[in-house]
Design a protein around this ligand. Structure first.
Ligand code: NAP
Length: 249
């Protein structure tokens, strides 16, 4: 991709303070986009550090604390973006959590928290972002599903359900807004090295690695490349798709 490819575009990446979201923010900014860095932790250290890196690279960025489950907070976040930059062109529904355990032992809370953040949060953000996108008759939405949402994973009944739900949601919204030149896609990463996967026990990591054709885990920067492509003009005829990035699992 060429630098300046996203010049003048405004992007919101949810959960951009760490991990894949941070890598996506860095990539989109390097291509010229202005970046809204969403995070939830009240201590802003991580999000502010991302904003500082982007500023150092000559980019424009804004840290915005909002729990993506909270409709009012998300509405205000999108308002803050359009107040500052006049528009919103790209939404990356990235924020997500895991609360892994076998279904037999899973609490209502573990189910609700994961579904609320991973699935409801993406709905709330998509609905809010669609308003400016529909107005300008263009936009790009990319949501972070997972290979777990396609294959299922033992110990991740809640997470797999949320990620499978995102696929149905993506395909439905793509049909609703295609006529307005808004593309809506999901990506399904395999095992990517971040805080989320770092805490898995070594035996589990070894078992996953044995299923990866490329015999290594993915890097957040590799996922960011795919998202940057889907967010670009070059992906203008791709919508309602789920694209795998899993090293061949
Ligand atoms: P991560 O390192 O744990 O980062 C999670 C991010 O989400 C953080 O920025 C966190 O913000 C934010 N967040 C959590 N709850 C939030 C909420 N309610 N509102 C707003 N932000 C919230 O995760 P990751 O590994 O980069 O994963 C990013 C996405 O990719 C997730 O959707 C995950 O399910 C998906 N994914 C990851 C992998 C993988 O192997 N890592 C594979 C497939 C899919 P704070 O810093 O403020 O807490």
């Amino acid at each position: 991709m060429t630098s300046g490819e996203l010049q003048g575009k405004v992007a919101l990446v949810t959960g951009a303070s760490r991990g894949i979201g941070k890598a996506v923010a860095l990539k989109l900014s390097s291509l010229g986009a202005k970046l809204a860095i969403n995070h939830i932790a009240p201590e802003k250290a991580n999000a502010d550090a991302v904003v500082a890196i982007l500023a150092q690279q000559g980019g424009e960025a804004l840290a915005l604390e909002a729990d993506i489950r909270n409709s009012e907070a998300v509405k205000n976040m999108v308002q803050a973006i359009t107040d500052k930059w006049g528009t919103l062109d790209i939404l990356v529904n990235n924020a997500g959590i895991t609360k892994d355990t076998l279904v037999l032992r899973m609490s209502d809370e573990a189910w609700d928290d994961v579904l609320d953040i991973n699935l409801r949060g993406a709905f709330v953000c998509t609905r809010a972002a669609l308003r400016p996108m529909v107005r300008q008759k263009s936009g790009r939405i990319v949501s972070m599903s997972s290979i777990s949402g396609i294959m299922g994973t033992a110990g991740q009944g809640n997470y797999s359900a949320s990620k499978a739900g995102l696929i149905g949601f993506t395909k439905s919204v793509a049909r609703e807004v295609g006529g307005m030149n808004i593309t809506v896609n999901a990506i399904a990463p395999g095992f990517i090295m971040t805080d989320m996967t770092d805490r898995l026990p070594q035996e589990r990591k070894d078992a996953i690695l044995s299923m990866v054709s490329l015999r290594r885990f993915g890097k957040p920067e590799e996922v960011a490349e795919l998202i940057a492509f889907l967010a670009s003009e070059r992906a203008g005829y791709i919508t309602g798709q789920v694209i795998g990035i899993d090293g061949g699992m």
